[in-house]
Design a protein around this ligand. Structure first.
Ligand SMILES: C[S@@+](CC[C@H](N)C(=O)[O-])C[C@H]1O[C@@H](n2cnc3c(N)ncnc32)[C@H](O)[C@@H]1O
Length: 256
């Protein structure tokens, strides 16, 4: 895997070790890519576009299980977009070190701005500019966070992406996952969700070159990778679900 490190030649080692060797500033690592997810041009308008299209519901879903990250020291976020996830998590958990793998340079730049504007967070967030399909983790993480990310991939890539992320998971790791969904039961919720999915995938395929043209639920892939669902909550009439999964069996299943 070709890695070029922009800010510091030692940044890879620093980011994969502990708090004592924390990098002084947020590094950006660049992994050579064949394909671009094409989200760059959306970076300046992404937040506004989301508010217009969906209001606050996506943010509620993202925040749903964040408390599960308590006591997690090394957190990997894949496809964080404009970086509010990294900034929010770094702010709430001051002992956490966070690595973000993100294919869009413009999204990383926006993310760095958010993190820099959040007191005490900059040195604990490192940025890996890479296509996840070509990235190999340098260390292990005790939490993985994917929010509106796994739904970007077609079935064959999704399996690869889940396996790659699972390979970076420590033995007691948890996985916070928020994605769009289609309710299983027939009825207006399912019909509505299918219509919204058609519109969304049409837009993102044309606007960003997204490889997926429909949703592939990742549940079976997570299970095959050894994860067990701790809990799931749905939002907006089943259009969105937020889960936490664990490599260790959870103590009890609950709806919240
Ligand atoms: C739909 S956006 C979601 C962003 C954010 N997580 C959120 O909750 O809004 C998907 C993000 O994943 C990134 N992405 C898409 N495909 C990727 C890939 N193959 N490797 C790494 N990042 C990717 C995009 O650049 C974009 O920032």
């Amino acid at each position: 895997m070709a890695l070029s490190v922009r800010d510091s030649p030692n940044a890879v080692e620093k980011s994969s070790e502990g708090v004592a060797n924390r990098p002084r500033h947020s590094p950006v690592f660049t992994v050579r890519r064949r394909r671009s997810a094409g989200f760059d041009w959306l970076a300046p308008i992404y937040g506004g576009m989301e508010m217009l299209a969906a209001g606050r519901v996506l943010q509620q879903a993202r925040a749903c299980w964040v408390a599960q990250l308590k006591d997690r020291r090394r957190i990997l976020i894949a496809g964080d977009g404009h970086g509010r996830g990294a900034a929010g998590i770094a702010q709430v958990f001051p002992d956490a070190e966070i690595a973000v793998v993100e294919a869009s340079a413009a999204m990383i730049a926006a993310g760095r701005r958010h993190v820099t504007a959040t007191a005490g967070c900059q040195a604990r967030v490192s940025w890996i500019h890479a296509d996840i399909r070509e990235w190999s983790p340098a260390g292990v993480y005790d939490a993985i966070v994917t929010q509106f990310f796994l739904d970007c991939f077609a079935p064959e890539s999704l399996a690869q992406v889940v396996n790659r992320l699972a390979a970076a998971a420590a033995t007691n790791a948890i996985w916070l996952l928020t994605d769009f969904a289609i309710p299983e039961s027939p009825g207006w919720r399912r019909t509505r969700a299918r219509a919204i999915h058609r519109l969304m995938y049409f837009f993102f395929r044309h606007a960003t070159g997204l490889e997926a043209s429909f949703l592939t639920p990742p549940d079976r892939l997570l299970q095959e990778a050894g994860f067990v669902m701790g809990a799931r909550r749905t939002f907006d009439a089943g259009l969105i679900h937020a889960d936490w999964w664990s490599l260790m069996p959870p103590p009890q299943l609950s709806s919240r």
